[in-house]
Design a binder for this molecule. Structure first.
Ligand code: SF4
Ligand code: MG
Length: 340
């Protein structure tokens, strides 16, 4: 259960020239083998950028300006994704790391049958397969995601949104990748369908043994399916802990607010608090903590010094980028009870 994907101090700018926007500002994240890592945050916090950058699919004007991404392949070799040649990268993508993009289900071509789109995808990577083998594999993939193989002859418009999204997941799993990155895979679907699809992905994870990075703005979904959760704000990770710890005792004031913004899936309904204010303009980030303008606990030090996501404190599995949880809490500040 070693690491399969390691992201180190990853930095991304948008825009060239003298005044680029720092969209990822040094992200550190480790995905362990077999694990489901949830990545949550409001839209614009850099979640999708992280997925695109880690797989080198970042479209211009996005530019990786620093950091490292390491992928451990099936044979146990650690490969530097940012250092791969384009040919090596094409081979690694889908075979080692596959992505289900945000809005993927609308990227099916409306004029081709599902079977053709599935087999085209497989053929691109397994040119040796016969037409029969291709079709058999396409049928197998479709059934794997709970769709009857006779739907191979259907056109995309003949499938529901949930089915189309399952087809995209089947395509991503076609080469049995070790890492599946999913960016808002169920956001366009209703709650019941969301749950069904996520449950199915988790079943497949147990059966096939891949690891998952699940990106969503809806942290309540992650609480159910993720092993660990990382919360992003303004291009950095502000809290990372087990799903249970994040859910029961979020420690970063932003994580606390985010958890209060979604109704729990189970248990008593709670008052939705939301987080007053809006995410910062990344072009004009002041020194200090990026959450300070919205933080109910901001202190003087927060205006001056940017808190960093250090290593976990002894005896803890959690990392928090907030001065309240640092060693340098001013003596006259009472620790907020809700974050204890
Ligand atoms: Fe709030 Fe300060 Fe913590 Fe930032 S560092 S989240 S402003 S208490
Ligand atoms: Mg996004």
């Amino acid at each position: 259960t070693g690491p399969v994907l390691e992201i180190r101090d990853l930095r991304v700018d948008y825009g060239f020239g003298d005044d680029p926007t720092h969209v990822l500002r040094g992200v550190d994240l480790t995905l362990h083998r077999g694990e489901v890592l949830g990545l949550a945050g409001e839209s614009g916090c850099g979640k999708s950028t992280l997925a695109y950058a880690a797989t080198r699919l970042l479209p211009p004007p996005g530019l990786i300006t620093g950091g490292e991404v390491w992928l451990t392949d099936r044979e146990g070799n650690r490969n530097d994704i940012l250092g791969l040649t384009d040919a090596q990268l094409r081979a690694a993508r889908w075979r080692d790391v596959a992505i289900v993009f945000q809005g993927a289900m609308s990227s099916l071509n409306p004029v081709f049958r599902i079977g053709r789109q599935l087999t085209d995808g497989i053929r691109a990577h397994r040119p040796g397969l016969s037409a029969r083998d291709l079709e058999a594999r396409a049928a197998e993939l479709l059934e794997m995601v709970g769709i009857s193989a006779d739907r191979l002859r259907a056109y995309p418009h003949q499938l529901s949104g949930g089915m189309r999204q399952r087809v995209m997941i089947a395509m991503a799993l076609a080469l049995e990748p070790q890492v599946l990155l999913m960016d808002e895979p169920t956001t366009a679907l209703d709650v019941v369908m969301q749950r069904q699809i996520l449950e199915q992905i988790m079943e497949l994870r147990d059966r096939l043994g891949f690891s998952v990075v699940l990106i969503t703005h809806d942290v309540s979904l992650l609480v159910e399916v993720a092993d660990r959760i990382a919360i992003m704000y303004a291009g950095e990770i502000v809290e990372e802990a087990t799903a249970a710890d994040v859910y029961r005792r979020p420690r970063h004031p932003y994580a606390h607010g985010l958890l209060g913004s979604f109704p729990p899936l189970h248990g008593p309904r709670r008052e939705l608090a939301g987080i007053p204010g809006s995410p910062p303009d990344l072009q004009r980030l002041a020194a200090g903590c990026p959450f300070a303008p919205r933080c109910p606990h901001a202190m003087d030090v927060c205006q001056q010094v940017r808190p960093v996501l250090g290593p976990p404190r002894t005896g803890e599995a959690r990392r928090v980028a907030c001065h309240l949880h640092g060693a340098d809490l001013p003596g006259d500040v009472a620790f907020p009870a809700e974050l204890a």
